[in-house]
Structure formats: structure tokens, C-alpha cells
Design a protein around this ligand. Structure first.
Ligand code: SF4
Length: 381
């Protein structure tokens, strides 16, 4: 299983909590798309197989792309890769871009799944986050997408904002589960360093996130998802009728992927590469390369050591319903895991079935802490 991620580094405006790579200056969008296409060709031998099971347009805001730009990117991908008939092809979209006309255009492309950045159905939350859309657009775009035939539909919601009361969060979930979506990603508002939100909270202009309220809202999320037939297959991801996100699941399962565009990460099974998060550098370096290779000056890389691989496997695997399998670990890591896991089994924060271990409902809220307990630290041995 291999996938391609395409990073579209432009947004209409900066959401206050966001630390992804994007620019609100869009005058280089055409050159950016040209260089993304050039990168797709230059890195045509990166993946171990040219058979693709997923393509994911993320960002930034990929719904800012024109139809011609999307078609040109697909032309390059289909030129090189054998895209599986059943491949999941996702485009992240913001509600304010999804007019019926735009959705009809997207339906003409191979895109078969939309991931809509709704975040909330309340204007107070959306204003706090500095989102570019309002609650009406958030509701309408889901209907438009369904009417146009996008049945594979996921939305993002954010809980834990000081503007989101528990009643409001309950209402958000009720609205979300009442639409025809088959997948939901719900994230706790995180105050990342050097974001506008971080600045506003530190200078007292905005209220901080209340951890206890966020934790209550996480519990409500799990309860309501269950009531509406959505399975929590990953800490932040819920699917109806096994509509698991193919692309993200392959990240969690350590499958190879190629990331195209500034700031995109790639993994070939042994090494991780990441391209510099700078639009001007990315365009300039790719425009000037005469070689048939992706210029080494615009990416960094690290070799994944056995310890990093084990720690990542524990971190991502525990977050999923599939858990981690000690049969996949070498004896050095298995011995460490089996020793450290005992207290979490005793506290009923984890379950065990044969050689597989996962988090119980009570353990899910503690996922990061439990995973770090199970990490292997070279210095301890
Ligand atoms: S639209 Fe998405 S990528 Fe752009 S600023 Fe907002 S959260 Fe970040």
C-alpha cells in the first residue's frame, strides 16, 4: 500500500490556532502548482511500488485550487502511477469554498472523498478561531456535497475552545451526526507555540483552554459517536460502516508515502524526508534545477533507527483500535514493553488479546502519557 500527499500551502486567512505551513499571499499559486508537478515527476521512483491506494490533497487549503490546476496535478500522477480502481482520493476543503458550482467541478475530477474543515457550527467558536466561514456555510456545504454525490464525506470539528460550552459541543455533535457524513475527525484545541492564539492567551486577550472542560467534551464525543453508530477507530477519528480513512490509516500503520510540496513529509520504509516549509525557496530551487533529481538543498532527512521505529509504532498503534502487536517487535523492545505494560493492564487502562495490546475506553484520554511510559529510551539500558 502506498499513498501520495500533496501539500497546497495557501489559505485565505490565518486561523489563530494553526501551525501548519501556509501563506495568505496567493500570487504564486500558479508557479507553485507548476513546481508541485515538477516534483511529482522528479520523485517518480521514491515509492517502493508505483501502485497507489490513496491520494490526499492537504494544506493549507487545497479547495483554493482551480479545476485546471487540480486536473494538471492528476495528469502528472496518472502519468507515473498505477492508481488503484478503489483508491481513496481526498481533498481537504473549507466550507467557504464549497459552492454548488465548485463542488460540481470537483465531481469532474477523480476526487472521491471530501474532508471539510467545519470546526464548529457556531459563529462564536468560528470567530474565536478566526475561521473564514460562518455556521451557515458550514451546514450548507455538507448538503451541497451530498447532493452532488460525494458520499464519502468527513468533517473536522474542534472541542475544548473557551467559547464552546458543553451544551454547544453537544449541539455540534448532534448536527454533525445528523448529516450524511460517514467519518468525523474531532480534535482538542491545542495552543501551539508561536501561533496567534498562543500570543493572545499569553497577553490576556483570549481565555486559555480549560483542560477539564476539554476532557468532559472528549467523553461526550465518545458517547455521542457510539450512540450514532460511529466507531472510534483512532483517538480522534470516528467512522460509520468501516469508512476508515485509508490514507491516514496507512500513516498509522507505517506504510510508505510520498509527500509533495513545501513542508511535506515522506517515508520510504527506512528514511523520513521533509521539504523546507518555505514557498519562495521551494519555487526558486525547483525552477532552477536542471538535474533529473529532486534538489537535495530543499529537504532534510533522517534514518529511522530501530528505537525510533518502535517508539513511533507504540505511539501511533496505541491510538488505533488495532493496538500494537508484540509479535511485531524484536526481543529487546518486546521485553521492555511487556515489563512496562503491566501497570497499565492492572489499572485497566489497557487490554490484551493474545499478543496484541490496546487502550481501553478509560485509557484513551491518557494515550500520550501511556505511550511515553512504554517508549524505549536508549539511555535507560
Ligand atoms: S485553513 Fe487550515 S491550514 Fe489554513 S490557517 Fe486555517 S487551519 Fe491552518
Amino acid at each position: 500500500m502506498s499513498g501520495i500527499y500533496i501539500h497546497i500551502p495557501f489559505c485565505k486567512q490565518a486561523c489563530h490556532y494553526c501551525n501548519f505551513h501556509f501563506s495568505t499571499t496567493r500570487n504564486q499559486q500558479d508557479q507553485m502548482v507548476d513546481m508541485i508537478i515538477k516534483e511529482i515527476y522528479l520523485r517518480n521512483d521514491y515509492l517502493p511500488s508505483n501502485h497507489l491506494h490513496s491520494i490526499y490533497f492537504g494544506g493549507g487549503t487545497p479547495s483554493l485550487l482551480t479545476l485546471a490546476q487540480i486536473e494538471n496535478i492528476f495528469k502528472a500522477i496518472y502519468d507515473i502511477y498505477d492508481v488503484d480502481q478503489k483508491a481513496e482520493i481526498t481533498l481537504e476543503a473549507n466550507p467557504d469554498d464549497l459552492s454548488p458550482k465548485k463542488i460540481a467541478l470537483l465531481r469532474q475530477t477523480p476526487i472521491n472523498r471530501l474532508s471539510i474543515g467545519v470546526q464548529s457550527f457556531f459563529d462564536t467558536d468560528l470567530a474565536y478561531m478566526n475561521r473564514a466561514h460562518n455556521q451557515e456555510e458550514a451546514k450548507k456545504c455538507i448538503d451541497y456535497a451530498l447532493q452532488a454525490g460525494f458520499t464519502n464525506l468527513t468533517i473536522d470539528l474542534i472541542y475544548g475552545s473557551p467559547t464552546t460550552s458543553n451544551d454547544q459541543w453537544y449541539e455540534n455533535l448532534k448536527i454533525a451526526f445528523g448529516t450524511g457524513i460517514n467519518h468525523l475527525s474531532a480534535y482538542c484545541l491545542t495552543v501551539e507555540p508561536r501561533t496567534a492564539l498562543d500570543h493572545f492567551i499569553r497577553t490576556g486577550k483570549q481565555k486559555p483552554v480549560d483542560e477539564r472542560q476539554a476532557s468532559k467534551q472528549f467523553d461526550l464525543l465518545i458517547k455521542e459517536a457510539e450512540t450514532h453508530g460511529f466507531e472510534q477507530y483512532e483517538i480522534s477519528n470516528f467512522a460509520r460502516s468501516n469508512a476508515y480513512a485509508v490514507h491516514n490509516t496507512s500513516y498509522w500503520q507505517g506504510k510508505p508515502y510520498l509527500g509533495i510540496g513545501p513542508s511535506a513529509h515522506s517515508f520510504d520504509g527506512n528514511n523520513r524526508q521533509w521539504t523546507k516549509a518555505n514557498n519562495a525557496t521551494y519555487i526558486r530551487e525547483l525552477q532552477h534545477t536542471n538535474h533529473q533529481r529532486f534538489p537535495t538543498s530543499i529537504y532534510d532527512q533522517e534514518k529511522i533507527t530501530p528505537t525510533v521505529r518502535y517508539n513511533e509504532y507504540v505511539m501511533t498503534g496505541l491510538r488505533t483500535k488495532w493496538g500494537v502487536d508484540t509479535a511485531q517487535m524484536t526481543s529487546r523492545f518486546r521485553d521492555h514493553f511487556l515489563l512496562e505494560v503491566k501497570k497499565h493492564l492492572k489499572a485497566e487502562k489497557m487490554w490484551v488479546r493474545g499478543t496484541t495490546y490496546g487502550l481501553t475506553k478509560a485509557g484513551r484520554i491518557l494515550a500520550d502519557g501511556i505511550a511515553s511510559d512504554l517508549f524505549y529510551m536508549e539511555s535507560e539500558y
